[in-house]
Structures are given as structure tokens and as C-alpha cells.
Ligand binder design. Sequence first.
Ligand SMILES: Nc1ncnc2c1ncn2[C@@H]1O[C@H](COP(=O)(O)OP(=O)(O)O)[C@@H](O)[C@H]1O
Ligand SMILES: [Mg+2]
Length: 259
Amino acid sequence: MIDHFLSTQAPPAVNVSSVSKSFADNSVIDGISLRVEKGEFIALIGASGCGKTTLLRMCAGLEEPSSGSIEIFGRPPSAATSAHEIGVAFQRPALVPSRTALENVRLTLKITGSNDAMDPLALLTHFGLAEAVDRYPHQLSGGMQQRVNIACALVHQPALLLLDEPFGALDEITRERLVDWLAGILRESSRTTLLVTHSVEEAITLSTRVFVMSRRPGRIAAEIKVPLPTIRDFEVRQSEQFLGLVRSARDALHSAIAD
Ligand SMILES: Nc1ncnc2c1ncn2[C@@H]1O[C@H](COP(=O)(O)OP(=O)(O)O)[C@@H](O)[C@H]1O
Ligand SMILES: [Mg+2]
């Protein structure tokens, strides 16, 4: 009973409340509200230019809403960022050029002073980068850089993970392997994740809910719940239920773009 009381009182991981954002007179986001509970995996899909990256940047405290408010675990994003509660991987890898892959991941640990971190070498090995740990960013392919980038976002075990199309530059096989592996490690933790993706399959494979955004100025056009088993192996991904959810999300995306 007390547990129940406490859990309903806990602030949500992400609380976006009537947020709008304009750059000069370009209205990019128009009145978005969404609430993400701890442990949820949210996928965000929408046409390019509809404000997905802007929304994620505001959640990370890198951009201020023009109106409305955002709270991360009950406080302003900047406070959550300072407390190293947020891990981010944006579309373009942000690696330090003068440091090797392994040193880049270790640097995140140093900056965040984390004590329940993952082992950087094991993490990079899981990402298929065992041979590349001592290479500098310019010696890595785009896909490899992106994997190091994701490792940097994850290694300190942040409570909230913000991923902006992190698999976009990867080939199909690497992408599938990383999606599976990411699904695995996220299942084992109470981490909350917000993932922007242009892949409807990826959204349904990973998430507990999918938000579909309209064209710019971005609004939430639809929400799709994903009541699939936690482990979404090959068999689940071939099931009628999975394929039906992919179809619903795709239909919602098409009508959101057409409106
Ligand atoms: N810092 C900025 N200054 C001016 N315009 C911006 C800035 N960041 C994003 N925009 C504009 O906001 C719109 C949405 O961009 P973005 O959030 O990157 O969309 P998405 O990630 O959905 O493709 C685009 O028109 C983009 O040009
Ligand atoms: Mg974007």
C-alpha cells in the first residue's frame, strides 16, 4: 500500500507540458504535452523537420522552450544534466578527435564521476568494436563512430537516455545486432529511454509506446501502445500482433504527414 502510494507520487521521468518552440518566426513545435514514466521506452517518429531533434535537445536542457515547461525526474533539464542523469547520443557523433575510442568512453566516466558504470572495454566489445578500441575517431567508419557515441551515452548508466536516430548511419546487419543488444541491456535496468527513429520496425521492436508527430509545427498526432512481450525475438517480430502494430504505426505516420 505504502509502495503503491510512493510510486504514484514519484515524479515522471519526463514531463513535457504544453511546450511550444519557435526559432525567430519559424514555429517548430506547437503545444506538445507528454509524460513518460520511469522505465518506459518511448519511440518518437515523424517527418523530417517536424521538431524531433529540437524536442530531444530541450529535454537535455540544450535548448529552452519558447513556452510551456519540461521536467526531468521532477526538476529542470539543466539540473538533471548537471547531475549526469541524462545520457545523449545525437545523430552526429560527438567524439574527442585526439582520443581513441576507448579513451572517449573512459572520458565520459571521468566527467560523470560515475561509480556504477559499465566496463568501457566490455561495452565496446559488445558493440563489435574490440579491434577498434585503440583507433582515433578519424580512423573509424561513420557507423563505428556512431557505436562509440552510443557507448559514451550509456557507459555511466544514466537514468534517462536520449537517442536521436543513433542507428541511422549503420548497415542493416549491424543495426539489427545493436537494436537487439540495446533491447537486452535496457531490459535489465530501470532506465528510461526516448528514441527518435525513422524506422517504424525499430520503434515497435524497442518501445513500450510510440508517439507519432505531425508535420512542422510538430504536435503529437497519435500514440500507439506496444503490448508485446518484453523479449521481442525473431518469432515475436514475425507475429501477426507485431506486424499489425507496425501497420498501425505506419498508417498513423502517413496520416500525420498528410494532415
Ligand atoms: N538552432 C536552430 N536555429 C534555427 N532553426 C532551427 C534550429 N534548430 C532547428 N531549427 C529548425 O527547426 C525545424 C525542426 O528541426 P529538427 O528539430 O531538427 O527536426 P527533425 O529532427 O524532426 O528533423 C527545422 O526547420 C530546423 O531548420
Ligand atoms: Mg532530427
